[in-house]
Design a protein around this ligand. Structure first.
Ligand SMILES: NC(=O)C1=CN([C@@H]2O[C@H](COP(=O)(O)OP(=O)(O)OC[C@H]3O[C@@H](n4cnc5c(N)ncnc54)[C@H](O)[C@@H]3O)[C@@H](O)[C@H]2O)C=CC1
Ligand SMILES: O=C(CO)COP(=O)(O)O
Length: 330
């Protein structure tokens, strides 16, 4: 079985290696031909993972048609803002009738605010199955083959189990779930909460503040998810609380680091301009806020985050405002 990994950032590169370690034939597609050639020759994606070597068996190409040729599993892992465009490009070469499509991206479509699997479902209406992978999966740790677990969600559980087998390695343990919406929503919203985690840390606050944020962030995420038809249990699993803990507390998280820098006085433009890496929580925040308003879900942390990111509110004041809210029972 061949898998095509579409997107050669940190996570795509590591996912390609996981599939290769599982014994699959793998093609890794990079948008930029020079970058693809460099990775192919050096077996190293120096921009993102300088200390990590890719197996010689992984085919690295900037030719999408070549990457997709003969692939049974298509793994989309481009930043959310590029998903629609790249998926439509891929659809020129295959209708995916006999293929399973997996999104490993954590974010919403910028223009429609839809989830990634909704975009993929629209682009590939005849696909064998559409699935999402999400969990506490910091790419750099997994690149070192440190143990990690994840969730693969698909409405068709037979296909979820098929993907579970494809990604299983001694260091990477996938669980299955039928809750596609819940698993994807967790991946989107935890990035926003992690921005706040970074802000708390940047303000010099300790573990009590962090634990309070993770717990109340989980409450907000769960409330929204329940309104959108997700399963409650998903939020208390790897994709929910698991990824909240990893992303809010790890200095490897780009979202957390961005929040930290904001609290230390950097502007959003300085932060995004200073990295080639994607910080998904920034674009996700207005979408989550809008979803909360549409579905009348109280999400005070998201509201304060929005005001800091897009209305120039001071981080210190935002935290004070959260602490002063009307008292209530847990
Ligand atoms: N890095 C990680 O630890 C994890 C990342 N993810 C998710 O995976 C997705 C991809 O993230 P990373 O691999 O970390 O990205 P990255 O920040 O390491 O690299 C981004 C890659 O996407 C390419 N790119 C940028 N804009 C693009 C566009 N419009 N169309 C196509 N390609 C574009 C860049 O050239 C680069 O190769 C994100 O949604 C992220 O949240 C999920 C789990 C773990
Ligand atoms: O999703 C991730 C870990 O599960 C990666 O988080 P960042 O995008 O914040 O680095």
């Amino acid at each position: 079985m061949k898998a095509a990994v579409i997107g050669a950032g940190s996570w795509g590169t590591v996912l390609a290696q996981i599939l290769a370690d599982n014994g699959r034939e793998v093609a890794l597609w990079a948008r930029n031909p020079e970058k693809a050639a460099r990775i192919r020759e050096t077996r190293c994606n120096a921009d993102y993972l300088p200390d990590f070597r890719l197996s010689p068996s992984i085919q690295v190409t900037a030719d999408l048609q070549e990457a997709l040729e003969g692939a049974e599993v298509l793994v989309f892992v481009v930043p959310s803002k590029g998903m629609g465009t790249i998926a439509r490009q891929a659809a020129r070469f295959t209708d995916c009738r006999s293929q399973v499509i997996l999104s490993c991206t954590k974010g919403f479509d910028l223009s429609t605010h839809k989830l990634m699997t909704d975009i993929l479902e629209e682009t590939f209406p005849h696909a064998r199955a559409i699935a999402a992978l999400s969990g506490p999966n910091l790419a750099r740790e997994i690149a070192q083959k440190q143990p990690a677990a994840t969730v693969i969600a698909c409405r068709n559980m037979k296909e979820a189990r098929f993907l579970q087998q494809c990604f299983l390695t001694p260091y990477f343990r996938p669980y299955t779930s039928p809750d596609l919406i819940g698993v994807e929503l967790c991946g989107c919203v935890k990035n926003c909460i992690a921005l706040v985690g970074g802000m708390l840390s940047g303000m010099g606050f300790g573990e009590n503040a962090q634990a309070g944020l993770i717990t109340r962030g989980l409450a907000e995420l769960t409330r929204l998810g329940m309104k959108l038809g997700a399963h409650r249990a998903t939020f208390f699993g790897l994709a929910g609380v698991g990824d909240l803990i990893a992303t809010c507390t790890s200095p490897l998280s780009r979202n957390r680091s961005a929040g930290y820098a904001l609290a230390r006085g950097k502007t959003l433009e300085e932060i995004t301009g200073g990295t080639r890496m994607v910080i998904e929580g920034i674009n996700a925040t207005p979408v989550v806020r809008e979803l909360a308003r549409t579905h009348q879900v109280e999400m005070p942390i998201i509201e304060q985050l929005y005001q800091v990111l897009f209305q120039g509110k001071d981080v210190k004041r935002a935290i004070e405002d959260l602490m002063k809210r009307t008292l209530k029972k847990e």
